[in-house]
Design a protein around this ligand. Structure first.
Ligand SMILES: Cc1cc2nc3c(=O)[nH]c(=O)nc-3n(C[C@H](O)[C@H](O)[C@H](O)COP(=O)(O)OP(=O)(O)OC[C@H]3O[C@@H](n4cnc5c(N)ncnc54)[C@H](O)[C@@H]3O)c2cc1C
Length: 508
C-alpha cells in the first residue's frame, strides 16, 4: 500500500537504537516461491487478469509444464504496477506500487531473479514535514521532534514515527507468517471485530497521537482509522516494518514486463472478460477483443480480477452465497495521486525529503525524484478515502492548482518553480476501481479465507486474497498459491470441455 517512510525513517535514522530494535516486530516471512513440480497431466489454464498475481500464476504454471493463457483487459501487463514517464529530464513516478522491503520475498525474489537493478528508496539525513491540527512542524531526522500539541509523555518520548510501535508493537509481534496453517493467531482474530481507532483508544492513545497516526500512511487506508479492522492495521504495519525499502531503478513496471516476457505469446492483451461458465469438468470464459465476442475453454481458471470488477461479471452457475458476499463486500480504497513537476527541488535545498504527513486535503506528500538524478523534481500528493474522492472529481487543472496551494502549508517556495503535472485516480480506473483492499471491522478474519477459497475449477488470486494485500508481494504470493492449487488439483485426472481450445487472441 504505502511507502512506509515513517517507520523506515524512525528505525534507520535513530540508527537502530536499542529502543527501535526492542520495538521492531518479527518480520512476517513467506517461505515458498515457485518450484512447482508437475503433478499429473499438463492442464489448460486460463488466467483472468495480467497484473502481478496473474503473471506470477501464469509464469509458475508454465514453468511447471501447464498450458497457460492470460486474458488482460489493458494494452499492457502489470495492472496496478504502472510507471508514469512523462516528466522532465527523463524523470518518472510510480502510478501505483512504489517500494518494497526484502522480507517481501516474492517481490524481492522475482526482481532479483530477473536481474532488475534495485536501490534503497530513501536518502539519509533529510527531514520530513507535518501539518496537523493547524500546526506546521518539521520532523527531524537526527534528533527529537517537538510535537506542538498535547500528547502524553510516553507518546512524546516515542516521537511521531514511534507511535505505531508504542501502541501496536506487541500485536505486530503476533503476526508471524500469514502463509502458515491456522493463521491468524487468536490474539489477532480477537481484534478483527473493532476498528483500529477503537483499539488505539482502548490502549490509551491520546487524541493528539491518534491524529498523528491518522495523518501518517495508515490514514490512507479505507476511509480513515475508524473504517478498517484493527487486525488489518496491525497486519499492514507488521508486514511493512523492515528498516529498508527498495525500488526498481527506472521503474517498477519492469517487473511486470519481465514476468510477461516469460509468459510470452500466451499474454493476450485488450481481452476483456465478460462471463465465466463452469461445471465439474471445465470452465468456459467469454471475453471481447478487437475481433468481437470470443470464448475460451480450459480445465481450470485462475481469477485475479479485483472483486469490485468481478462483481459485475456474469458467473454461471453463481458462486456460493458466502463467496458472492465476499465479492460484493470487499472494498478497495479510493486513491488519488497528484504529481507536480518543479523546475528545481526547493524542498531539498531546505534539507527536506518531500515527505509530508498532514490532515490537510492533500494528506501525504512524497517526492518520487528523491532517488533520481537531475535538477527538476516531482512532489506527489497521495490521498486515500474521502480526500481521494474529493480531489478525484476536480478537473486536472483545478486539482493541480489546489494541490499546489495546499502544498504551501508544508513546503515554501514552490509557486515560482511549478511547471505542470498529472494525476492518477485509481477509483476511476475501470479495471481496478480502487487502489488497494481494506478490510472493514470484522472482515479480515472471516472474508479473507473465503476470498482465497477455490470454487470448483476456479481458483482465486490477487492482492485482495492475500494477507500481504495492498502490496505487490500479496499479488505475487497469491499467484503462487493459486498456481500450486491448480497443479495439485491436476494430480486428479481432468477432462477438457468442448469448444475452441485457445483460439487466436490479440498477442503482444
Ligand atoms: C496507489 C498505490 C500504491 C501502492 N503502493 C505499493 C507499494 O509501495 N509497494 C507495493 O508492494 N505495493 C503497492 N501497491 C499495491 C500493488 O500495486 C498491488 O497490490 C498489486 O499490484 C495488485 O496486483 P494484482 O495482480 O492483485 O491486481 P491488478 O494489478 O489490479 O491486476 C488485475 C488485472 O486484471 C485486469 N482486469 C480487470 N478487469 C478485467 C477484465 N474484465 N478482463 C480482463 N482483465 C481485467 C486489470 O487490467 C489488471 O491488469 C500500491 C497500489 C496502489 C494503487
Amino acid at each position: 500500500m504505502s511507502r512506509f517512510i515513517d517507520r523506515r525513517q524512525f528505525i534507520t535514522e535513530l540508527s537502530l537504537s536499542a529502543v527501535a530494535l526492542g520495538l521492531a516486530p518479527r518480520i512476517a516471512r513467506a517461505t515458498r516461491r515457485g518450484d512447482i513440480k508437475l503433478a499429473g497431466q499438463p492442464q489448460n489454464v486460463v488466467v483472468l487478469g495480467g497484473g502481478l498475481a496473474g503473471l506470477a500464476a501464469a509464469f509458475e504454471l508454465k514453468k511447471a509444464g501447464h498450458n497457460v493463457t492470460v486474458l488482460e483487459a489493458r494494452k499492457f501487463p502489470g495492472g496496478r504496477v504502472q510507471t508514469i514517464r512523462d516528466f522532465a529530464a527523463g524523470q518518472y513516478a510510480e502510478a501505483g506500487a512504489s517500494v518494497f522491503p526484502q522480507s517481501h520475498v516474492f517481490t524481492y525474489g522475482y526482481a532479483t531473479d530477473f536481474g532488475l537493478p534495485l536501490r534503497p528508496a530513501f536518502r539519509a539525513g533529510v527531514d520530513s514535514m507535518a501539518n496537523i491540527r493547524g500546526n506546521q512542524f518539521r520532523i527531524s531526522s537526527t534528533g527529537p521532534t517537538n510535537i506542538p500539541f498535547q500528547v502524553t509523555s510516553s507518546e512524546r518520548a516515542a516521537g511521531v514515527f514511534g507511535l505505531i510501535s508504542l501502541y501496536l508493537g506487541s500485536y505486530m509481534n503476533e503476526v508471524g507468517n500469514p502463509r502458515k496453517p491456522n493463521w491468524p493467531p487468536p490474539d489477532l482474530s480477537a481484534i478483527d471485530a473493532v476498528s483500529l481507532k477503537h483499539l488505539l483508544l482502548d490502549l490509551g492513545a491520546s487524541d493528539g497521537a491518534i491524529d498523528i497516526i491518522a495523518a501518517s500512511q495508515l490514514g490512507l487506508l479505507g476511509f480513515g482509522l475508524d473504517s478498517f479492522s484493527a487486525m488489518e492495521g496491525v497486519v499492514t504495519e507488521a508486514i511493512g516494518s523492515d528498516p529498508i525499502f527498495y525500488e526498481i531503478v527506472d521503474g517498477n513496471d519492469q517487473l511486470a514486463s519481465a514476468l510477461k516476457r516469460k509468459v510470452k505469446k500466451q499474454f493476450w492483451k485488450s481481452s476483456v472478460v465478460t462471463r465465466i461458465e463452469h461445471n465439474d469438468s471445465g470452465v468456459t470464459v467469454t471475453y471481447t477483443n478487437s475481433g468481437g465476442i470470443q470464448t475460451i475453454s480450459a480445465d481450470r481458471v485462475v481469477c485475479t480480477l479485483p472483486f469490485p470488477v468481478l462483481k459485475d461479471i456474469e458467473v454461471f452457475p453463481a458462486f456460493p452465497e458466502d463467496k458472492q458476499l465476499a465479492i460484493n463486500e470487499l472494498k478497495l480504497t479510493p486513491v488519488t495521486r497528484t504529481y507536480l513537476q518543479f523546475r528545481t527541488r526547493v524542498w531539498e535545498q531546505a534539507g527536506l525529503s518531500g515527505y509530508g504527513l498532514s490532515d490537510l486535503p492533500i494528506q501525504n506528500t512524497y517526492s518520487p525524484t528523491l532517488t533520481q538524478l537531475g535538477k527538476p523534481g516531482i512532489l506527489t500528493s497521495y490521498t486515500g478515502g474521502q480526500r481521494a474522492l474529493d480531489l478525484g472529481v476536480m478537473s486536472e487543472s483545478d486539482r493541480q492548482s489546489y494541490v499546489l496551494r495546499k502544498m504551501g502549508n508544508l513546503f515554501s517556495g514552490l509557486d515560482n518553480q511549478y511547471t505542470g503535472g498529472t494525476s492518477q485516480i485509481w477509483h476511476e480506473d475501470p479495471w481496478a476501481r480502487g487502489g488497494f483492499t481494506y478490510f472493514e471491522p470484522g472482515q479480515m478474519a472471516t472474508l479473507l479465507p473465503i476470498a482465497q477459497r477455490p470454487e470448483g475449477r476456479i481458483h482465486f488470486a490477487g492482492e485482495h486474497t492475500s494477507a500481504w494485500h495492498g502490496w505487490m508481494n500479496g499479488a505475487l504470493e497469491s499467484g503462487n498459491r493459486a498456481a500450486e492449487e491448480v497443479n495439485n488439483a491436476g494430480s486428479v485426472a481432468t477432462l477438457v470441455v468442448g469448444g475452441d481450445q485457445f483460439p487466436k487472441g490479440e498477442m503482444t
